[in-house]
Design a binder for this molecule. Structure first.
Ligand SMILES: [Zn+2]
Ligand SMILES: [Zn+2]
Length: 300
């Protein structure tokens, strides 16, 4: 599972940085979290294929998290998309989008499914490769964080060993499920001779926008990677609290309390040109931290 940052800034674009959007790649599917202005341009810039985008999740209805949505949805229709697209967002967004399409007499050429977010936590997507759920954070308006769980896809084949023991290809799926193979000559090929452990399941937690609070720790506990907003440096902690945002130090405190492996910072205020102080401050509390950079892909 990988994460690419398309936009790492807060309300205003500044210093070449764009409003919030990011893409989680999991087993070839693309999941978009938030869709700030310029998201479709950023997708093109970093070479993402539209048709691989399956699900879009919108955390809340501050414009820096969804002003790019109408353009993106429209462009995919102009480009002849046929695959369904699922949007998970606050309920009020459905009629807003519909109005944008109605006044332009737009009829999308692909199936578009709107799923209103629940009031609290809930499961949004669940398939054999991954699940996505939402949880409430504390912001000036209703806001959700998202959790992406990558599932294991069974054991990993050792192709050379499979050939050595003359195992037919049709049996490979069963090997991935952990089964042994009995050859025609009666020899039982043990599963562990021809496979190794598959990749460990991963958990990614997206926490934006939120005031510093322990209230959602139970949902993000033991996440491999946490993306936490850090709109402000800690000297501006008063401002952060007043505006229901967090500082670099506060984001690091949350990652530490959640026993995360890695912390990624984002949603930077446009008042800061240099992002290195965010990383330096947070690292005093939680060492494995990065101030995210647009276009960079992070392993989760
Ligand atoms: Zn925001
Ligand atoms: Zn906000």
């Amino acid at each position: 599972m990988k994460l690419t940052i398309l936009g790492n800034n807060s309300a205003l674009p500044a210093f070449g940085r764009h409003p919030t959007s990011q893409i989680v790649s999991v087993y070839g599917d693309l999941l978009m979290i938030d869709c700030g202005e310029a998201t479709q341009i950023q997708m093109q810039r970093y070479g993402f294929k539209w048709r691989k985008l399956q699900h879009i999740f919108i955390s809340h209805l501050h414009g820096d998290h969804y002003f790019g949505l109408a353009g993106l949805i429209n462009s995919m229709s102009l480009l002849g998309r046929t695959l369904p697209l699922h949007l998970y967002a606050p309920a009020a967004l459905e009629s807003m989008l519909q109005q944008v399409m109605d006044v332009a007499d737009t009829v999308l050429c692909y199936p578009f499914h709107f799923h209103p977010l629940p009031d609290g936590a809930g499961l949004l997507v669940d398939n054999d490769a991954y699940s996505v759920s939402c949880f409430p954070v504390e912001h000036r308006i209703t806001c959700h964080g998202f959790l992406v769980h990558q599932k294991t896809k069974g054991r990993k084949l050792l192709p050379e060993k499979c050939r050595e023991y003359e195992i037919p290809r049709y049996y490979y799926e069963k090997l991935k499920q952990g089964e042994d193979y009995e050859r025609k000559d009666g020899m039982v090929v043990k599963n562990e001779w021809v496979t190794t452990d598959g990749p460990a399941p991963k958990k990614y937690a997206y926490c934006a926008d939120t005031i510093y609070t322990d209230s959602f720790l139970e949902y993000i506990n033991a996440a491999d990677t946490i993306y936490h907003e850090s709109t402000y440096l800690h000297r501006d902690a008063d401002k952060a609290t007043a505006r229901f945002h967090s500082t670099s130090i506060q984001a690091a405190e949350i990652a530490k309390k959640a026993n995360a492996q890695q912390l990624l910072l984002g949603h930077f205020s446009s008042k800061y040109r240099d992002l290195e102080p965010f990383r330096e401050e947070a690292a005093t509390i939680f060492p494995n931290v990065q101030a995210t950079i647009e276009g960079v892909t992070y392993e989760i």
